[in-house]
Design a protein around this ligand. Structure first.
Ligand code: 8NA
Ligand code: MG
Ligand code: MG
Ligand code: MG
Length: 339
């Protein structure tokens, strides 16, 4: 069962990125009907003519991080920095990296062999660091690697973030997203209510933000609870106003958590009712619009870790570039964790 959760996390993260990337540039809510039309296309296409969906920076970086953890059996900052940098400069244009992170990789490459892996990130935005969601979008392998050890998870989520993102909101976003995947790995469908899941996240964020003057995550998690408990489902526009779906870690991470918790609370839209739970979370998260590939990949990582890989249809996975790699890395991270 745990192996199914590992595979579910890596594969749903992949599907969320690949499917979400189809709508990334629109920056608009995505209609359920549009998503269900894609579902029909994927379901009915023959293997030979199957629509092929490329993954983006989210998966590319997550897989490099996972490969480094697997190869070294521990987090080695120089190796992760080296892998991130090498793939950045050799990957095709369809990866659509964030606009500012290029500067980090250019500086890392110049200073190769990566003597100061955390230096360039700390110079971003006049020393403020990036608050983009790039730290959280790629963090799920840390949760798979650290399963059962929350202290190590928090440490490695922060360290892996700091290679590109030193802003406290980006670091806390990575810790929160990794923690959500860990809670999902550690619990099972039917054994935890959405409110209990939310409370676990709230207890952690209270700790992460204890010294942060502007408690953005704390406030957004409170808003999320209020929105889910409310009788009428919030419109996507209201969600956008109250929480946000943009490239800031504080927005995209909270949007992914909201989508997962809404489905756990059985408040997902009826238009998606023919789908499995994992599929519903991925589609619902993308429907929120904004940074769709990143919200999709993070919601997928949580949902797959919770429900396992059974609900992921083969016609989804075979349409996604990187299926074999995701499966292989999940299996190896599971083996490592068992040792
Ligand atoms: P990043 O570190 O370059 O941050 C992304 C953007 O956030 C920057 O270019 C800035 O505009 C803004 N930003 C971040 N920190 C600050 C700050 N301290 N002050 C002012 N502005 C700031 O990259 P990242 O890795 O965080 O980005 C991840 C996102 O980029 C993901 O959604 C990923 O999918 C990708 N993305 C690409 C496209 C595209 O079409 N190229 C579109 C959306 C997202
Ligand atoms: Mg992306
Ligand atoms: Mg906004
Ligand atoms: Mg994105």
């Amino acid at each position: 069962m745990l192996l199914s959760k590992y595979k579910g996390s890596a594969l749903a993260a992949l599907a969320g990125d690949c499917i979400g990337a189809e709508y990334e540039a629109a920056w608009q809510p995505v209609a359920y009907q549009t998503l269900m039309e894609l579902e029909e296309i994927l379901k009915n296409s023959q293997a030979a003519s199957r629509r092929f969906l490329n993954y983006t920076d989210d998966t590319e970086m997550a897989h490099e991080l996972a490969k480094s953890l697997v190869e070294n059996g521990k987090f080695v900052a120089k190796d992760v920095a080296s892998k991130f940098t090498k793939t950045f400069f050799t990957s095709p244009p369809c990866r659509y990296y964030g606009e500012s992170v290029r500067t980090v990789f250019e500086k890392l490459q110049k200073a190769s062999p990566f003597s100061d892996p955390f230096g360039p990130a700390s110079e971003q935005f006049d020393g403020q660091g990036s608050y983009g969601n790039g730290s959280a979008m790629r963090v799920f392998p840390v949760a798979l690697f650290c399963h059962g050890n929350q202290e190590l998870l928090e440490k490695l989520a922060a360290l892996s973030a700091k290679l590109t993102h030193v802003h406290i909101d980006a670091i806390n976003g990575a810790k929160l997203q990794a923690s959500a995947v860990e809670i999902a790995l550690s619990s099972s469908d039917g054994s935890i209510s959405w409110l209990e899941f939310w409370q676990k996240l709230k207890d952690l964020i209270d700790k992460f933000e204890v010294d942060v003057p502007e408690k953005v995550y704390t406030n957004k998690l409170d808003t999320i609870k209020e929105l889910i408990a409310r009788e009428e489902v919030a419109s996507v526009h209201e969600f956008e106003d109250e929480v946000g779906t943009g490239i800031k870690a504080t927005e995209a991470v909270c949007a992914a958590i909201y989508a997962f918790l809404m489905c756990l609370a059985d408040r997902q839209p009826s238009e998606l009712s023919s789908l499995s739970k994992v599929q519903q979370v991925v589609f619902y998260s993308i429907s929120l619009g904004g940074d769709t590939d990143t919200i999709g990949t993070m919601a997928g990582a949580i949902a797959g870790a919770f429900y396992g890989d059974e609900g992921l249809p083969s016609y989804w996975l075979s349409a996604c570039e990187g299926e074999d790699m995701a499966r292989d890395l999940a299996t190896k991270l599971h083996e490592l964790n068992e040792k």
